[in-house]
Design a protein around this ligand. Structure first.
Ligand SMILES: CC(C)(COP(=O)(O)OP(=O)(O)OC[C@H]1O[C@@H](n2cnc3c(N)ncnc32)[C@H](O)[C@@H]1OP(=O)(O)O)[C@@H](O)C(=O)NCCC(=O)NCCS
Length: 148
């Protein structure tokens, strides 16, 4: 896909990223499955945008935001969170987001990890296709890439 771009998140993305997070499927797959209210989200978003330990990017498709990934860094390890906008699912964008996260993390973290709930086979497949290794953690999975 050559109409794809990756750019750092910007203040105008705040509302969109909340919509994606509160979409029923994202909510179900999240470890914190409650609906997030706009004020809580805005405070969190502003904090993350300023945090040097957070690499936060938006993927655009034909200029329209279609997904996001975030790498939260602690002790040299980056934890990935990502979402594809509901209208753009099933097109390979999830896999592209993870491949972009790997490129972004190179030189900045020693390893990348992502946690996937057992009922999320599409996300598991994305991590596999992006080259991560799966470790089972109970019913759920932890995907790791190390070294980058
Ligand atoms: C999970 C998510 C990121 C996947 O993104 P996507 O762009 O739709 O996924 P892709 O199109 O890149 O690929 C999905 C792969 O999973 C496969 N897949 C989809 N549903 C599946 C299912 N029920 N069982 C097995 N495989 C499935 C697809 O066939 C595809 O594999 P293929 O290319 O080998 O055919 C997206 O659905 C999403 O944002 N969901 C809500 C938020 C979320 O779950 N985030 C991840 C938290 S860990």
């Amino acid at each position: 896909m050559d109409n794809i771009d990756i750019r750092p998140v910007c203040p105008d993305d705040c509302e969109l990223i909340l919509d994606w997070r509160n979409d029923p499927e994202s909510q179900k797959q999240s470890y914190n499955s409650s609906v997030i209210d706009p004020e809580t989200h805005r405070a969190w978003f502003e904090r993350k945008m300023k945090d040097p330990a957070c690499l936060f990017y938006v993927l655009t498709y034909d200029g329209t935001p279609a997904g996001q990934f975030r790498i939260d860094i602690r002790n040299g390890i980056g934890e990935i969170s990502y979402t594809v906008a509901p209208l753009y699912r099933g097109m390979g964008i999830g896999t592209l987001l993870l491949k972009s996260a790997v490129k972004t993390g190179k030189g900045k973290v020693n390893a990348l990890i992502g946690f996937v709930r057992s009922g999320n086979p599409a996300s598991k497949r994305c991590f596999e296709k992006a080259g991560f290794t799966e470790f089972k953690t109970g019913d759920d999975s932890c995907f790791i890439m190390m070294p980058l």
